[in-house]
Structure formats: structure tokens, C-alpha cells
Design a protein around this ligand. Structure first.
Ligand SMILES: [Zn+2]
Length: 269
């Protein structure tokens, strides 16, 4: 069944590429050739590969032996996911995993909603609004299907479909390894920032410019300590302004959020 679906997906992709590409765009800012089912299938493959890569290095924080840390992190993630603003809240499996690496201030998302956060990012942040903001940004890359579209552009749809069919394990490993450094277009970055504000507003809990707080802190670190997250996410200055402008429009900047969850989470990492 899976094989049939994927083959028909390839056929559909080819058919669409011969016709009007713009007509199959879901939201007007890019072409989606992959089906949502393909996003989920590719996400599952990439997540399995990512898990085994970091597990082999002893860096994957296992859920079974770190239950409290995951309970805390999931409290934050679930607020964002339940903001009522996601398109694929119920279609994607949505999970989050921690990679134990205090030197790396990064986070990334596979297609289909598998989120990875480095312990170095969690420890770097001052408050829960910032963590929710960064998570919102990554959730947006998956929910707006940026990751899927960027991978299609970078690798081509037929190669990705061969990965889905299990025919190309070497390529799968390369995709998984490169995900944390995947370079998105400026439009995708802007949209992920904007949706981070929209999601946090929908939580009715977090100050919705939390992502800006992260960029301000990261920018203040200067050249010597620039987080890796920023090297793949350029132009922090204008992005801070755009996030705050959007937050002002929605009137959700001033919320007094408790930081007790983040404080306890940090103490466990
Ligand atoms: Zn991004």
C-alpha cells in the first residue's frame, strides 16, 4: 500500500511539474509537491535516523530515563501546539527530543513534526517565553511545510521518494545529519518568526515576542559567541523588529510568565 501511494505520489509530482506549478501551492509562497502523507513518512525516516545517530554518540536524552525532563519540556511544547493556530496539529505526530550537547545552541524540525532541541539552547535561554518562541519557530517550519519544501528543492523529489522507499540509506543519513544546518529562504524564516508570534499569542500564556528575546540575547553575544542557530538564521536585527511589530499588532507582548518549568528543566540537564 505504502509503495503504491508513494509511486502515485511520484506520478502526481511529475504530472504537476508538467502543468502549472503555482496552482498546487498550498499557501501561495512556495510549491508543495509532496503530499502530507509523504511529509509524515519522510519525517519518520529522518527522525529514526537522527535518533540512531545521536544515540550512537551517547547524546540522545532517552525519554525512559529522563521522564521528568520530558514532562517539563512537553508542557511548554503542548501549549504551543494547542494554540489553535496549527494547520496539521492532528495530522502530524509531533514529538520533541533533547540532544545532550551543551556547546550547541540549536534546534531543528523534521518534516511531519519531530522537533529536536540541544541542551545548549535550553541552558542559554533566560526565560520560558524565549524557549516557547524558538520552539514555535521550529514548529512553524514543520507545520508550514518549510522543511519538506526546502528538502525537495535541495535534493529533488525523486531522490526523496527513493529515500522514502528505503532505497537510499546513505542519502537518508546525509539528510538527517544536515537538518540542523538546513538553510531556509529568507521568506521561510520570516514566516516561521511570524507564526511563532501567532502561536504564542494563541497560548494565552506566553509573551508572544519570545523569539525576539532569544535573538536579542544571541546578538548581544557578538561574534565570539554567536549561536549556531543564528548562522543558519541570518539578519537578527530586522527579524527582532519584525517580531516585535507583529507582537504589537496582536497586543500580546506583556504577559507575566512563570519560569518555574524552565528552571527545573535546566536543573535536570
Ligand atoms: Zn528557522
Amino acid at each position: 500500500m505504502r509503495r503504491y501511494l508513494l509511486k502515485s505520489g511520484l506520478f502526481l509530482g511529475l504530472a504537476l511539474s508538467l502543468g502549472s506549478l503555482a496552482s498546487c501551492s498550498k499557501d501561495g509562497d512556495g510549491v508543495v509537491l509532496f503530499s502530507v502523507e509523504d511529509d509524515k513518512a519522510l519525517g519518520q525516516k529522518v527522525a529514526q535516523q537522527t535518533d540512531s545517530t545521536y544515540r550512537a554518540k551517547g547524546q540522545l536524552l532517552e525519554k525512559s530515563s529522563n521522564a521528568r525532563a520530558y514532562t517539563l519540556l512537553n508542557q511548554i511544547v503542548t501549549r504551543v501546539l494547542n494554540s489553535g493556530q496549527l494547520q496539521y496539529r492532528n495530522e502530524f505526530p509531533w514529538d520533541v527530543q533533547i540532544i545532550k550537547d551543551d556547546e550547541t545552541q540549536n534546534a531543528f524540525a523534521t518534516p511531519g513534526g519531530h522537533i529536536y532541541v540541544f541542551s545548549g539552547l535550553i541552558k542559554f535561554l533566560d526565560n520560558e517565553d524565549q524557549l516557547a518562541g524558538v520552539l514555535g519557530h521550529e514548529i512553524a517550519h514543520a507545520d508550514r511545510r518549510h522543511t519538506s519544501r526546502q528538502l525537495q528543492q535541495q535534493y529533488g523529489i525523486s531522490l526523496l521518494l527513493s529515500v522514502l522507499l528505503g532505497e537510499n540509506p546513505g542519502q537518508l543519513a546525509q539528510i538527517a545529519t544536515g537538518l540542523g544546518q538546513l538553510k531556509f529562504s529568507r521568506d521561510f524564516e520570516r514566516e516561521a518568526d511570524e507564526y511563532s508570534v501567532v502561536y504564542l499569542n494563541g497560548t494565552n500564556y506566553y509573551a508572544c515576542d519570545g523569539a525576539a528575546g532569544f535573538f536579542i540575547k544571541a546578538e548581544a553575544q557578538g561574534q565570539s559567541g554567536t549561536p549556531e542557530f543564528l548562522s543558519t538564521h541570518p539578519n537578527p536585527g530586522s527579524r527582532i523588529q519584525d517580531i516585535q511589530t507583529k507582537a504589537d499588532q496582536l497586543g500580546c507582548r506583556n504577559r507575566n510568565t512563570s519560569n518555574s518549568t524552565l528552571t527545573e528543566l535546566k536543573s535536570l540537564l
